[in-house]
Design a protein around this ligand. Structure first.
Ligand SMILES: C[S@@+](CC[C@H](N)C(=O)[O-])C[C@H]1O[C@@H](n2cnc3c(N)ncnc32)[C@H](O)[C@@H]1O
Length: 197
């Protein structure tokens, strides 16, 4: 039930990055946001596979999606990769995130900013959501965006949205998966070391 790229492929790529992130943080448990989780398996696969302790917050405005996640995550029966790992289901609008500033060590956006961009008033909604993402992202944290949007467009978008903040970010990308028709990219956005607030 995953958009773009299946959850095991995502987990295979992100798990080493989560471990690395954990090494540079003081916190025992990393707070991770699955932005617009939908019916994706990403949260359940990460909970199962990740040896690092993670608190995964699945956010969506669809009650049906959260009910689905509830079933999926409870099926794990606490069989988490780390005993301290846990999950939270949060019904919220990704343009108004109910979390305090700098709360998340990592934010995963797989297809959600894409879907905002494609909606009516898409650019404005996507910009509002990105503003919230930057607000709740820890200064040492990572935003990971998984999308099929080409770097020409996505890097420009990321540059535009960072211009609306007081902070400066660096964005990089890699190809996560290719098939005969499409490349699927993983964009990593981090706050620049200089001028961190
Ligand atoms: C393209 S789907 C991606 C789902 C999931 N991340 C995946 O990879 O399969 C977009 C998801 O974002 C949710 N969504 C869209 N706009 C939203 C908003 N403004 N606030 C909260 N969730 C939203 C939708 O309900 C949907 O579950």
């Amino acid at each position: 039930m995953d958009w773009l790229v299946d959850a095991y492929k995502v987990s295979e790529n992100l798990e080493p990055k989560i471990n690395q992130l954990h090494k540079k943080m003081d916190d025992i448990c990393l707070n991770i946001l699955d932005l617009g989780c939908g019916t994706s398996d990403v949260a359940s696969v990460l909970l199962k596979e990740c040896k690092t302790a993670v608190n995964i917050h699945c956010v969506d405005y669809s009650e049906g999606a959260l009910q689905w996640q509830k079933g999926l995550l409870s099926e794990l029966n606490q069989n988490h990769g780390n005993l301290l790992s846990n999950y939270w289901l949060v019904m919220a609008d990704v343009c108004h995130l109910p979390f305090k500033n700098k709360f998340f060590h990592a934010i995963i956006d797989k297809g959600t900013i894409d879907s905002l961009l494609k909606s009516r008033d898409g650019q404005q909604l996507a910009e509002e959501s990105m503003k919230e993402i930057f607000r709740v992202l820890h200064p040492e944290g990572n935003l990971w965006q998984i999308t099929d949007e080409d770097p020409d467009l996505r890097l420009l978008f990321l540059q535009t949205v960072q211009n609306n903040t007081q902070k400066r970010y660096t964005s990089s990308f890699e190809i996560l998966l290719s098939d005969s028709m499409t490349d699927y990219f993983l964009y990593t956005v981090t706050e620049d070391a200089l001028g961190k607030s």
